[in-house]
Design a binder for this molecule. Structure first.
Ligand code: SF4
Length: 223
């Protein structure tokens, strides 16, 4: 299959969505369109690389890698840990109950999934949803670094302990660090709990709401 057909196929699968509202606010639409197109093509190249990736053993048990979904020019990039069973089957991140809860929190601050980009540290599902090991994280992390470069978000939101620990390369205490901005390579990083933790313990819901309001204020200040 030639490169054009591959790209067209990925576009048709709606992995990467144009944010039409954002385009309306850009005076030079042509420049914006070409920037957007370049970002989208780079993301599709990552998607193609992931499909062929054998850098760690997780390729053996995956149905497909999960590249990410949403707006490749988003102001907010959400990063979870790894795909689960539903994500592995559908090839999309956060499609189960935790994903529905995440969508609800976004809607509460007048954002939708099309306004953000969402991905994971690890692109292939670890068997039985076990935690990814250090070797797997080290193998897969370069893809995420490249995605951060492409999207160039104003705010990175980590969901849960593992994604925060990987980005900061240190042990973290998520219940203490959540909701407080950290400098990450001259970008704002906002640690949040993982929505799956809220599903297990509804008492954490109030912290998620607080942190989404913090995110909303940060995004407002960036305009
Ligand atoms: S988890 Fe990442 S590094 Fe490992 S096979 Fe999948 S894409 Fe490659």
């Amino acid at each position: 299959m030639n490169k054009y057909i591959e790209i067209k196929k990925a576009l048709d699968q709606k992995y990467f969505i144009i944010n039409k509202n954002k385009i309306k606010n850009i005076t030079d639409k042509c420049d914006y369109d070409s920037l957007f197109q370049r970002k989208r093509e780079k993301m599709i190249i990552i998607h193609q690389a992931l499909k062929q990736c054998h850098k760690c053993d997780l390729y053996k048990s995956r149905t497909q890698p999960v590249t990410g979904a949403g707006n490749v020019d988003a102001n907010a990039l959400f990063i979870g840990e790894a795909p689960g069973a539903n994500e592995d089957i559908k090839g999309l991140p956060f499609v189960g109950r935790a994903g529905e809860l995440l969508t609800k929190y976004l809607n509460e601050i007048d954002l939708s999934r099309k306004d953000i980009f969402i991905t994971n540290i690890i692109k292939c599902r670890p068997p039985g949803n076990r935690d990814p090991n250090d070797e797997e994280i080290e193998s897969c992390f370069p893809y995420l670094k490249e995605q951060i470069k492409i999207i160039d978000p104003k705010v990175i939101v980590t969901l849960g302990r593992h994604s925060l620990a990987t980005l900061l390369n240190r042990n973290v205490k998520i219940t203490k660090e959540r909701g407080i901005f950290i400098d990450y390579n001259e970008r704002l990083l906002l640690p949040m709990l993982h929505p799956a933790a809220v599903l297990r313990n509804n008492g954490l819901d109030k912290y998620m709401r607080e942190d989404f309001i913090t995110l909303r204020e940060a995004l407002k200040n960036e305009h």
